[in-house]
Design a protein around this ligand. Structure first.
Ligand SMILES: Nc1ncnc2c1ncn2[C@@H]1O[C@H](COP(=O)(O)OP(=O)(O)OP(=O)(O)O)[C@@H](O)[C@H]1O
Ligand SMILES: [Mg+2]
Length: 248
């Protein structure tokens, strides 16, 4: 049986042209992510991780190559075409949170669901669920500027998930969090993943990566490793429980 990948990148290249000198940030990346997959992108600082996921979400233009989102060619769309597709299909957690400053936390989280056509009641229920999962229900009426960096980051994750997006793209969603809040975020990511959420996530954190199905390693703008994590748990036919193995 063949399925349509949620995201497919073919020969993706990004060369920044600033101040004369071209900076090749992403140099020919191919990636296919199937529905329900959880892919962690790892690699040293400057290896092109953010540039890559920004291109996947249409937030950064590509220099060359193709991007297919849910079976639809996306890289040739106009900026407004991309914006519409992104609103329908992609939830994004940025390295910096991009919350709307003059709206409450609750409204920030509900907005994408409302824009996506949810009824006000469904948007509210989804928001209440997500904020509670992230330990933020008390902060629903606050403005983003009244929250800590870690709280803002969790609000950004709730916002990204509000719309049940086809694809969740996240750039270091636990980068500013202490261990307790990291645990809440990981619990929620694990939960939505088990519910079928497709996730592509940049992280430096091995604990975060260990939750993924696959770890893709970038170095100097190229994939140097793409390794499935085999989880041998609760399978019949003589497999042991809770063993996590990294192949590659
Ligand atoms: N707007 C820009 N203009 C010029 N060069 C850029 C720009 N954004 C990123 N770069 C360069 O592209 C390369 C890749 O950057 P990118 O932000 O994708 O790395 P990263 O892997 O996300 O790093 P980090 O782990 O530090 O977030 C780096 O050499 C960076 O300096
Ligand atoms: Mg980055």
């Amino acid at each position: 049986m063949t399925t349509t990948p949620v995201i497919k990148a073919v020969g993706l290249v990004k060369i920044y042209q600033t101040g004369g000198l071209p900076v090749p940030a992403v140099r020919g990346v191919d990636l296919v992510v199937e529905p329900g997959e959880f892919v962690a992108i790892m690699g040293p600082s400057g290896s092109g991780k953010s540039t890559f996921v920004h291109m996947l979400g249409g937030l950064e233009t590509r220099t060359s190559g193709e991007i297919w989102l849910d079976g639809k060619r996306a890289d040739t769309l106009s900026e407004s075409g991309w914006a519409v597709l992104r609103r329908q299909k992609v939830g994004f957690v940025f390295q910096f949170f991009n919350l709307v400053a003059n709206m409450t936390v609750a409204d920030n989280v509900e907005l994408p669901a409302l824009l996506g056509g949810a009824t006000p009641r469904h948007a509210r229920e989804r928001r209440e669920y997500l904020l509670a999962e992230l330990g933020l229900e008390e902060r629903a009426g606050a403005a983003p500027g009244q929250l800590s960096g870690g709280e803002q980051q969790r609000v950004a994750l709730a916002r990204a998930l509000a719309n049940h997006p086809r694809l969740l793209l996240a750039d270091e969603p636990t980068g500013n969090l202490d261990s307790r809040n990291t645990r809440d975020v990981l619990k929620l990511l694990g939960k939505v993943h088990r519910q079928g959420q497709t996730i592509v996530l940049v992280t430096h954190d091995a604990r975060v990566a260990s939750m993924a199905d696959r770890v893709v390693s970038l170095l100097d703008g190229q994939i140097v490793d793409d390794a499935p994590i085999a989880r041998l748990q609760r399978r019949p036919a003589g497999t042991a429980g809770d063993i996590v193995e990294l192949h590659g």
